[in-house]
Design a protein around this ligand. Structure first.
Ligand code: ADP
Length: 458
């Protein structure tokens, strides 16, 4: 792919990581090499000049005290450097090493006399003939000049330079391999994410997960977040499938009844009473379907955060009394007593209409699932930063296996089939309370009763 389109290679992340890593590694190594070479060469230079600089000072003192004879006496025949002196009367070579026969004296003449402690490079005829020259002015104005052969020192420095330059090759190689390793480690999780996404896009199945290798905390976090996101999406998709299945299933019964009623009415002739009755049944059925669809929409909106809330500060007690009052007749009819235990003032900021719906659903259920002679207690109190509303009944209760399921959409308990209902009351309660950043709890004993509690932040 990269061979066909080199632009893709330049854009590829691994190519860029490898290049940057190699560049960084090579440049840092170069900087270290240059620094090390500078330190080594300045040390070698200093060492090779130090002796001469001391000798020239010593010879200048002797010249000062004992004159030219003193200097001539002091200079040994085997001194390895050239010594020259210039004073008002003469300009003479005091010593020339024996093996410097091929040395071109004119160069020294041309170099002239330098300032004190200054050094000048002189190139001889062969590569072995490299020299440097320095001078010192004595107090009487004469100048002493020393010249030394530096081929050995220069060869040593050349060797050091060569070693450093050759060392760059394995450094580049190492840097490149390091770059490949780093790029592989850095991009592996992304590659795995891409593979997983490709497999999801290809197969449409979201039950695949990216394997988590414990290599890097950040990568591990990214992958486990990605996996958690997949889990949530899977749960949502499955939830939606279940809801759709349930809706389709639950719509079938009223729709069949709807059609049956209409068909029977059509076949029954022109009797206006029968037709009126059939139409009224149809309206009732369609009403039921509408309520179910609207409630499903409300639950979805509340769960996805799209529910429109109109919060206001309200006293919870009167609202509860109001709802309980609405169910007074139903409770009386059924022979269930409803009691309230409420403080005079218990304020809460929430959407009044939706909280009324929550209370209505809980009280309705409590009365519905409590046989005649039973009792329902609705209480409210404040606990720290929460308002807790409990609806307690002495009804049929919920079995432990069903306790989690009763909050699901369209779930109806086995014992509840005989009762009216859509299986949406509690899911709407939980969704509304969740939209208010609260939560719900239930505890129940089959045959003895249930306690439904709603916790809402003040
Ligand atoms: P519905 O009452 O329409 O069936 P809900 O969502 O309100 O649907 O309740 C779901 C299920 O929870 C009910 O079918 C019933 O089995 C159980 N349930 C709810 N409230 C009570 C209660 N107070 N006592 C016993 N069971 C209850």
């Amino acid at each position: 792919m990269f061979l066909k389109n080199p632009k893709l290679l330049l854009k590829s992340s691994s190519f860029r990581i490898i290049t940057w890593y190699t560049l960084f590694f090579v440049l840092s190594s170069l900087a270290i090499n240059i620094y090390a070479y500078t330190v080594a060469s300045s040390f070698i230079y200093d060492q090779s000049r130090k002796e001469i600089e001391e000798d020239i000072v010593e010879l200048a003192e002797i010249y000062q005290e004992d004159g030219l004879e003193g200097v001539e006496d002091d200079v040994d025949d085997d001194e390895p450097f050239l010594i020259r002196l210039r004073n008002q009367n003469s300009n003479l070579f005091l010593h020339i090493p024996e093996d410097w026969s091929d040395f071109n004296m004119e160069q020294v003449e041309k170099a002239g006399y330098l300032k004190d402690k200054q050094w000048k490079y002189l190139k001889g005829s062969g590569s072995e003939n490299e020299f440097e020259i320095t001078s010192l002015t004595t107090s009487d104005g004469s100048t002493l000049q020393f010249c030394q052969r530096i081929s050995e020192r220069e060869n040593l420095l050349k060797t050091i330079r060569k070693v450093y330059i050759i060392a760059i090759i394995p450094i580049v190689l190492l840097a490149y391999l390091g770059g490949i390793f780093v790029a592989d480690r850095a991009l592996n999780p992304i590659r795995q994410l891409i593979n997983t996404l490709n497999s999801i896009v290809g197969s449409g199945k979201i039950d695949v997960r990216v394997p988590v290798h414990q290599t890097d905390k950040l990568h591990e976090e990214l992958i486990s977040l990605f996996n958690t996101m997949l889990e949530k999406i899977e749960a949502l998709v499955n939830g939606m499938r279940n809801v759709l299945d349930n809706v389709a299933h639950d719509l079938r019964t009223p729709m069949t009844r709807f059609r049956g009623t209409a068909e029977t009415a059509l076949q029954s002739g022109d009797n206006p009473d029968t037709l009126r009755e059939a139409l009224s049944d149809c309206v009732e059925e369609s009403e039921r379907i509408l309520i179910m669809l609207n409630t499903l929409m409300d639950v979805s909106e509340a769960e996805t955060g799209a529910m429109k809330l109109d919060p206001e500060e309200m006293n919870v007690g009167p609202l509860i009394e109001d709802v309980v009052g609405l169910y007074g007749y139903v409770a009386e009819e059924k022979g269930v007593s409803v009691y309230t235990g409420l403080p005079e003032e218990l304020y809460l900021t929430a959407d009044r209409n939706w909280i009324r719906q929550v209370l209505a659903n809980l009280v309705d259920n409590a009365i519905k699932y409590t046989p005649a002679g039973g009792r329902v207690d609705v209480e409210a109190c404040r606990r720290e930063q929460e308002v807790v509303i409990t609806v307690k009944d002495t009804g049929v209760g919920v079995s432990p296996e069903e306790l989690d399921k009763i909050w699901e959409r369209l779930y109806r308990g086995d014992k509840s089939r005989s009762q009216r209902g859509l299986g949406l009351g509690l899911s709407l309660v939980r969704a509304i309370v969740g939209a208010h950043r609260g939560y719900v709890k239930v505890s129940s004993q089959p045959g003895a009763g249930s306690v439904f509690s709603v916790y809402l932040p003040v």
